[in-house]
Each structure stands twice: as C-alpha cells, then as structure tokens.
Ligand binder design. Structure first.
Ligand code: FAD
Length: 410
C-alpha cells in the first residue's frame, strides 16, 4: 500500500474537524483532513450558540461566516400551553458574545472546511477512514479513496471528528451508553411564509412543548432565506406511534397537535421529504488515548434541546489544539486533566439542564410567574453556551439547579 506521512490527521470535516484544522494551521502544524462525503451535504444542528463565535474567531473563520449572510440570532424563545418566555442572549451573566447565527449546515460546513483549506490544511472529500493501528511510534490509518483504492497515512496524532459515525469509538470499542432514554427526531426544512408583521421573531430559535407531554418538543429555526428548520423530538416509540405513513405525514400530524405552532406554520410549504434520526445520544469510556483524541459528536452527544452540539464540538477542538500545541513544543501533556475533564465540565452542565428539561423542572423554572433577574441571567448564560464559566454558580455548583427546581415546583 502507498503510504503518506502527516503531523496531524483529522477524520471528518464537520464543525469540530474544520475548526480544529484552522487552529492547528495557525499553530503551524501540518494537517490532513479526510472527509467521507462530498460537500456541500445536508447535516442537522443548525442553531448556534453565542459561545461558539469565540472559537470561530480564534480559528480565523469568523469573517467568512459573517459574510455568508446567515440568519442573525440573539436568543431563544420557549412556548408551552399558550405561554411564552424569551431569553435574550445579550443579557447574560457571562461575558463574551451575545449573538450568533442560525445556519444551513450544508453551506456552513463547507465554508469552514474551505477556510481550513485556505489556511493550508489538505482537505480531501470522499476519502473514508477505514481502520487504524495505534501500536507503533505513530498512528497508522487506512483510507479508501474515491476510486475505491486504499492507502495508508502515518500520523503523529489523530483527531476523530467523525460525528455520529463515531469511527474510533467503534474501532477501539470505546462506546458506552449515554444514560438517556432512546429519543429520536423527525425534521425538515419548510418555506415558512410566516407573515413579517405577525410578531414572530426570526432572530430567535423557538422551542415549543407538546401540550400534553412535557418530554415532547418542537424546534423552529428560521433561516435568512424565508425557510425554517422544523423538527420534533420524542422518545422513539412515541414517534413511531404517531400517524401512519411516511415521516412527512408524521411530522405534520405532530405539528397539528401543538396549536401555537400549527397556527404559526399554517401557510408553510413543505418542500422536502422529512428525515428521521433515532438514538443519537452517545458516550465513550474515554475521550483520548495513545495517539488520538475524540472531538465533538465522535465523543459524547447529549441531546438537541439546548442547541449545544456545535458549541461542544468547537470547545473540544480548541482544547485539543491547545494540548497539541504543547505536545509539539515538547511539553508533557496530561490529556485527562487538560482535555477530558475540562471538556466534560461544560458537557455536565448541559447534561443537568437536559435532564431537568425532560423531567419538567427546567420548564417550571423558565415559565415561573415570578423570576429573579440575576438568576435568569445566569441561566441565560448557559443557554448562550457559556457552560464552562465556573464563575456562574449554575456551572460551578451541581446542586444549584435542583434547589431552583424545588423552589419553582410549588
Ligand atoms: P459532524 O457534523 O457529524 O461531522 C462529522 C463528519 O465526519 C461528517 O461530515 C462525516 O461525513 C465525516 N465522516 C464520518 N465518518 C467518516 C470516515 N470514516 N472517514 C472520513 N470522514 C468521516 N447542534 C447545535 O449546535 N445546534 C442545533 O440546533 C442542533 N440541533 C440538533 C438536532 C438534532 C436532531 C441532532 C441529532 C443534533 C443536533 N445538534 C445541534 C448537534 C449537531 O448536529 C452536532 O453536535 C454537530 O454536527 C457535531 O459536529 P461534528 O463536527 O462533531 O460532527
């Protein structure tokens, strides 16, 4: 087999892979990115959080994103049983960006990948990583090219950013259950035809709760071109039990069950077949090992409700790039204390909020008739993605949320 050499090999050119590539190029490392698909390609995960802007900026990719003309986003709106509550991310406890974008991922991911390439990374579409050997002095990775031929790459270090494909967790038997029930999502893009004067705020994601089931919810993510991403999340068995027929029929039937959403979308044109993803929550025994680290969804994925996926993917890329900078400078890096634990800190913050969302406690907090503005700003910071800011008591103290749940349950 033909063999190539590189300092760093990145599996996957999604947000985690491309931002890692940008950061590593800025550090002067040699980077090879191998991406199984041809971009542009559809992906879900379209509503960003303001915290993610910091990493786009650090990777040198912010300007390209700004200039693409995506939908501006400044907050999140929640609706339950006719009640609304709104979080404006600019009014939050943590410092940093308070606005961001809602992005069509086909375009967004291609922009980031091309930016990484512009910065000097080698990017190959339709090259699939098949296997790897970590026993030697360097990692040895086997790849299939678009013609079906195979070759090997010898890499100083491998970053697995393969998303839900979870290439290394599968090859290395790292997978472990996520602890969440098996949930799924049905989603599509619609031409929404929401009237401009109807009071709907396109600058916010709308999360609507099912009138009878607090663990069933919908997202409406407006884009800048008059379309919206629309999806429903529920336990897999519940999704299956809704309306016979294809996923479009199911999604329409479920939208009809939430009167506020049904009204909002009553003029929508359903222009593409709905898609379904089930059992996306995942975890691993370890986020790193000899010659490798797992980024973004290839490591842990929680749940879509707080739109935290891309932010976590970027954070993992930033932490890993920093560890690699020091490794290549000849320093000793402890990946446990300098990568895994710092990353998992914010992931556990989100996990507490996700658990609380599905159990109903978080919903009682945000819809409570009396709200303390300081506490609301702390919660807003987490909704804006600042889940690693240990100055925020809701990050630093695990019990805080449970106490607030109790106060708001009455
Ligand atoms: P990905 O974006 O999945 O990229 C991985 C890439 O690796 C892909 O391009 C793939 O083709 C490539 N690849 C796979 N296998 C191989 C291989 N063998 N060789 C080479 N390349 C390979 N996140 C948000 O931030 N906001 C949201 O609103 C949001 N909504 C979501 C809704 C749902 C229903 C779900 C399930 C998730 C949502 N997410 C959201 C999460 C978000 O989709 C992911 O967290 C994010 O895409 C992770 O990025 P990534 O770079 O880790 O992986």
């Amino acid at each position: 087999l033909r063999r190539e050499k590189t300092d760093l090999l990145i599996i996957g050119a999604g947000p985690a892979g491309s931002v890692a590539a940008g950061l590593l190029r800025r550090q002067g490392n040699e980077v090879l990115m191998l991406e199984k698909q041809q971009f542009p390609r559809f992906s879900i995960g379209e509503s960003l959080l303001p915290q993610s802007m910091e990493y786009l900026e650090a990777a040198g990719m912010l300007r390209a994103v700004v200039e693409a003309g995506f939908q501006y986003k400044n907050g999140a709106a929640f609706a339950r049983a006719g009640r609304h509550t709104i979080f404006d991310f600019r009014d939050k406890f943590s410092s940093g960006w308070g606005t961001t974008y809602q992005v069509q991922r086909a375009t967004f991911d291609e922009i980031l990948a091309r930016e990484a390439e512009r910065m000097g990374a080698t990017l190959r579409f339709r090259h699939e990583v098949l296997a790897l050997d970590l026993e030697g002095e360097r990692a040895l990775v086997r790849v299939r090219d678009p013609e079906g031929g195979e070759y090997e790459v010898e890499a100083g270090f491998v970053l697995d950013a393969s998303g839900f494909a979870r290439v290394l967790p599968r090859l290395l038997d790292l997978e472990t259950p996520s602890g969440f029930p098996v949930r799924g999502a049905i989603f599509t893009h619609v031409r929404d035809n929401i009237p401009a004067d109807g009071g709907f705020d396109r600058n916010k994601i709308l999360i609507s709760v099912h009138p009878d089931r607090q663990d069933v919810w919908y997202w409406t993510i407006p884009f800048s071109n008059g379309t919206c991403s629309l999806g429903v999340v529920a336990e897999a068995a519940y999704l299956e039990s809704q309306a016979a027929g294809d996923d479009n029929t199911r999604l329409k039937a479920m939208v009809a069950q939430e009167p506020g959403l049904a009204r909002l979308l009553d003029k929508a044109e359903w222009t593409m077949p709905a898609r379904r993803l089930v059992g996306y929550s995942a975890n691993v025994k370890s986020l790193w090992g000899r010659h490798y680290a797992l980024l973004g969804n290839a490591g842990e994925f929680l749940d879509p409700v707080f739109s935290s996926g891309v932010t976590i993917a970027f954070k993992s890329a930033a932490l890993a790039a920093d560890c690699l900078r020091r490794r290549f400078a000849g320093e000793n890096v402890n990946w446990d204390t300098e990568y895994e634990r710092p990353l998992r800190l914010g992931v556990s913050t989100f996990r507490r909020f996700v658990d609380s969302w599905y159990a109903g406690g978080f919903q009682n907090i945000i819809f409570h008739p009396r709200q303390n503005p300081d506490i609301r700003r702390m919660i807003c910071a987490i909704l804006a993605g600042y889940a690693w800011d240990t100055n925020n008591p809701y990050v630093a103290e695990g019990r805080r949320l449970a106490v607030l749940e109790e106060l708001c349950s009455a």
